[in-house]
Design a binder for this molecule. Structure first.
Ligand code: PEP
Ligand code: MN
Length: 337
């Protein structure tokens, strides 16, 4: 439920309400607005009773939150969340492009690509060091050495790094090196990992499970938020449908729908969604037009030799051409790039 304090309610009244929430065994999430304070109450729904709060001084009214996602929902938090990553803002007017290889493969590879994507206008570097591969015989990533290389490339190009963490076991290591923790499609409902990400004090890029609904995605985000981490970005990366002509089917509807339902930034991954490099540019433009706050795009200096996702990675030249088009398109949808 949400407790809406009166305009200009006394500090003491607010403190008393916060106190009662905690002593009743709930968690309070106050939002101090310019005009009034609104307090979200999180905990077991069966035990929540609005009446005692309605009678407290300074309280205007108490409302039930109808949606099952509470911290992620706009009811609770009407304004867009803007996440700051060392100078890059995600979720504001400016659209963020994260780019880099599917996997970090070598120092030369990541350095080359990092400089190329930076040159083209990307502001966040992506790259996998721990790879969740379908086959145990496929390249699994360089692990800690890959993380070290990412850090080096990040420092050389002044771009924050997003990289995947595939298990709770790796969380302490990955969080040492990453600026943004990526939770992949295959782990979207790994609740232990979500809670660990909630406790990690790092922004999180949460990818939609390939067979999960929007509601399930928002509930996964809720796990991270409820564990105390407000810095969550949602990523639509394609879902399984009957269609097999493309690797996945990008649910473009999810973009404007998520923007209605949640205040969290929405990112689109056209690379995993299409699985084909020559579909990445048009689908990126569609995502920007649909209201995405950012894109995460795979770029490789030699895609045909890539150790993972060879068919979907853009060459730096194609990525540069796409960035030029996105810069032209952004003002038409009231965004900057
Ligand atoms: C990736 O970004 O390389 C990746 C494996 O993503 P997803 O979890 O969306 O498949
Ligand atoms: Mn990939």
């Amino acid at each position: 439920m949400i407790i809406i304090m009166r305009m200009g309610a006394a500090k003491e009244d607010i403190a008393n309400v916060l106190n009662k929430i905690e002593t009743d065994g709930f968690k309070a999430h106050p939002i101090y607005g310019v005009e009034r304070t609104v307090i979200g109450v999180i905990g077991d729904d069966r035990e929540k009773r609005p009446e005692p709060f309605e009678r407290m001084p300074g309280v205007e009214r108490v409302e039930r939150v109808l949606r099952p996602w509470k911290l992620a929902g706009r009811e609770f938090h009407p304004d867009d969340t803007v996440i700051r990553l060392n100078g890059v803002s995600v979720g504001g007017e400016s659209v963020v492009v994260m780019a880099g290889p599917c996997s970090v493969e070598s120092r030369d590879q990541i350095m080359d690509i990092a400089h190329a994507v930076k040159e083209a206008g990307a502001t966040v570097l992506r790259g996998g060091a721990f790879k969740p591969r379908t086959s145990p015989y496929s390249f699994q990533g360089l692990g800690e050495y890959g993380l070290k290389l990412l850090r080096e490339a990040s420092e050389a190009t002044h771009m924050p790094v997003v990289t995947e963490v595939v298990s709770t076991r790796d969380m302490p290591l990955v969080r040492e090196y990453a600026d943004v923790l990526q939770i992949g499609t295959r782990n979207m409902q790994n609740f232990a990992l979500l809670t660990a990400a909630g406790e990690a004090h790092k922004p999180v890029l949460l990818k939609r499970g390939m067979s999960n609904t929007i509601e399930e995605m928002l509930m996964a985000a809720e796990y991270i938020l409820a564990a105390g981490n407000p810095r969550v970005m949602l990523c639509e990366r394609g879902i399984r449908t009957f269609e097999t002509a493309t690797r996945f089917t990008l649910d473009i509807n999810a973009v404007p729908l998520l923007k209605q339902l949640t205040h969290l930034p929405v990112i689109v991954d056209p690379s995993q969604a299409t699985g084909k490099w020559d579909l990445v540019a048009p689908v990126s433009k569609a995502a920007l037009a649909a209201g995405a706050d950012g894109l995460i795009i795979e770029v490789h200096n030699n895609p045909s030799e890539a150790l993972s996702d060879a068919a979907q990675q853009l060459k730096p030249e194609s990525f540069g051409a796409l960035m030029d088009d996105l810069r032209l398109l952004a003002p038409a949808v009231h965004r900057t790039l």
